[in-house]
Design a protein around this ligand. Structure first.
Ligand SMILES: [Zn+2]
Ligand SMILES: [Zn+2]
Length: 389
């Protein structure tokens, strides 16, 4: 291994206590989407104290930040290390974003010390509100990533994968409007909005059988009526449509709308659909970048798992259309443990979680090093990025 690259691991190791403290601080102060004030402050201070210039509130998002090594502001290529730090309502860091932030900071500090011997730059982008808020989308649309050439982060999970598949997601609200009436005295004068919702729900269930395996439709009824003796005049629900390509996601959304329309027609109700923000894009994977991650995982003693086909969605999907991006997963729990759970949150502080935090920081630093030192890798990445979906 190149002598500079070989130093990155021991340097992360030397930062171990500080990085574990970052993860622990976030764990003990969980803040949900767009409320990550303490996290933003803590991470900014950590980087400032280690030679970075930090700007908070970038892209119009108060709890976002951008950090660059002092004196090296505009070099190309620039690799962005993404730090997520939002928690979930109820289960704190049940998605393990405390480890994500700590690993990206560790990689940035370790690699930052060697920039003088390299061409190019690095940036840490603090990206709030991955959970439901789509912070990366706001930052990307505001131009925060202009002048950056690739982005990477790791996510703790159930499997070891050099790159994670992410499906797209549209979320929407559906409302049915009918006519209230006494449910016993004059049901014939009513128009039942709950029947419309139930019919729509069942139509969607029937549609599910005809969907490709990558698509998901799931939803809840958020308002089902007001009293059993009133024919419900208003009902509302929230649904998600997901699929592995933008094209198929929109196609399925069109089919789901037909399910709703059919239910309205059958029941004589009126309906409205309101698409909520954000819409997540499926990730545009970058095979050369993932292939650069893989040998570094193996060098760190991490065995790459087989993808088990379980899929989520993330705002890194949208970002992957702005610049080449990679989202490796490193296991901190056994495959049967669900994410977004208390057990997963606790696993971030377990011996295994702590070990993975350091390995993730090394993995990011090593891969960022490969990126900055290989013009050939960058070229192949760009070619893959510009290829049509
Ligand atoms: Zn999550
Ligand atoms: Zn997450």
């Amino acid at each position: 291994m190149n002598p500079v690259k070989a130093k990155l691991g021991p340097e992360v190791e030397a930062l171990a206590r500080e990085l574990l403290a970052v993860s622990e601080f976030l764990y003990n102060h969980p803040e949900i989407a767009y409320q990550e004030y303490k996290a933003c402050e803590f991470l900014s201070r950590f980087l400032t104290e280690r030679g970075f210039v930090v700007e908070q509130g970038i892209g119009g998002v108060k709890t976002a930040f951008l950090a660059r090594p002092a004196g090296r502001r505009t070099e190309r290529p620039t690799i962005a290390l993404l730090a997520e730090y939002d928690a979930l309502p109820g289960v704190g860091h049940g998605c393990g974003h405390n480890l994500i932030a700590a690993a990206s900071l560790g990689a940035a500090v370790a690699l930052g010390r060697h920039l003088d011997s390299l061409t190019g730059g690095l940036a840490v982008v603090g990206t709030p509100a991955e959970e439901g808020g789509g912070g990366k989308i706001l930052l990307a649309e505001a131009g925060v990533f202009v002048g950056m050439d690739a982005a990477m982060m790791f996510h703790p999970g159930r499997l070891n994968l050099p790159g994670e598949e992410m499906i797209g997601r549209i979320k929407f609200k559906v409302e049915f409007f009918g006519q209230a009436a006494h449910a016993s005295v004059s049901p014939d004068r009513g128009v039942n909005a709950l029947d419309a919702m139930v019919a729509a729900y069942n139509n969607i269930n029937a549609l599910r059988q005809a969907l490709r395996p990558d698509a998901r439709v799931h939803g809840i009824i958020t308002h089902g009526g007001d009293a059993p003796n009133i024919i419900p005049e208003y009902t509302a629900g929230m649904f998600y449509v997901r699929a592995a390509s933008r094209e198929y996601m929109n196609e399925v959304f069109g089919q789901v709308k037909k399910c709703i329309e059919g239910a309205a027609l059958a029941t004589g109700t009126r309906f409205e659909i309101e698409v909520g923000q954000p819409t997540f894009d499926p990730i545009k994977r970058n095979p050369p970048l993932e292939e650069a991650v893989r040998p570094n995982m193996e060098a760190l003693g991490i065995t790459v798992d087989r993808d088990d086909g379980r899929r989520g969605s993330s705002d890194i999907g949208n970002l992957s259309y702005f610049l080449p991006a990679v989202h490796p997963s490193l296991a901190i729990v056994n495959p049967e443990v669900p994410g977004h759970s208390q057990t997963f949150a606790e696993a971030t502080m377990s011996p295994r979680g702590r070990e993975i935090l350091l390995k993730a920081a090394k993995l990011l630093a090593m891969t960022a090093y490969d990126y900055l030192t290989s013009a050939e890798l960058r070229e192949r990445m760009l070619e893959a990025f510009h290829q049509k979906e």
